[in-house]
Ligand binder design. Structure first.
Ligand code: SF4
Length: 219
């Protein structure tokens, strides 16, 4: 049992509170957001989503001409490839009748493997969709997670799957906890543990060994 990781979670939760992710009106909007947020800031995703003018649903995207879709999502950047990804994802979702309750009856690993076969979807996007669109207990790892683990000296692993498995071994499958923990890490990475960290006032300040930032003994 890695008490260090548990301690990290408890400190973040007590400092930032419940995060109540993901800000979206439907599972499909989460799926679209998970694609659009690739390589861009969330503010750009919000701008792109607003340009759907209330029509962000799978039938609308399915029927939209590719060029029109590109134009709508232009603010999210990389819109040429993201439009292709959205079409592919929407096509995949059609086998479940665009119905999250139908999809939710399938085994998580089956859905994960299918998502990883969709153009433009890698592990982070697949797990974001599983967790935040469909409430499956699949922990999401991102660069913020890797950075925090390194600085806080949580030996979770060096690659995506190793870190994901590590978190999922320490914490029993729990979609609500995984949801909140990942969101807490993102919030923390934007507030204190930035690229150049703001350690003063950080809720982890007393227990963090700051690997790569400054070397401080654990004792
Ligand atoms: S003390 Fe500094 S390095 Fe450690 S988690 Fe906080 S901001 Fe990041």
């Amino acid at each position: 049992m890695d008490n260090r990781l548990i301690k990290l979670y408890e400190l973040l939760l007590s400092y930032y509170g419940e995060q109540e992710w993901w800000p979206a009106n439907s599972p499909y909007e989460v799926m679209v957001g998970a694609i659009l947020t690739q390589n861009t800031a969330w503010g750009n995703v919000e701008m792109a989503i607003a340009r759907f003018e209330g029509n962000l649903n799978p039938e609308f995207v399915r029927d939209l001409e590719m060029e029109a879709l590109k134009e709508i999502i232009r603010p999210s950047g990389f819109f040429n490839q993201k439009a292709v990804y959205l079409k592919s994802l929407t096509s995949w979702y059609s086998q479940y009748n665009y119905d999250a309750s139908i999809l939710r009856q399938e085994p998580m690993e089956k859905i994960r493997n299918e998502l990883l076969g969709v153009k433009g979807i890698g592990p982070e996007t697949a797990d974001s969709i599983l967790l935040y669109a469909f409430n499956f207990p699949s922990f999401v790892v991102d660069t913020y997670t890797m950075r925090l683990c390194e600085r806080y000296s949580v030996c979770a692993g060096k690659n995506y799957n190793a870190v994901k498995q590590y978190f999922e071994q320490i914490f029993e499958p729990d979609a609500a906890l995984y949801n909140n923990f990942h969101a807490l890490i993102v919030t923390h990475a934007k507030t204190h543990c930035r690229k150049t960290p703001v350690c003063a006032g950080c809720p982890l300040e007393e227990t963090c060994v700051r690997v790569g930032v400054e070397r401080v003994s654990l004792t």
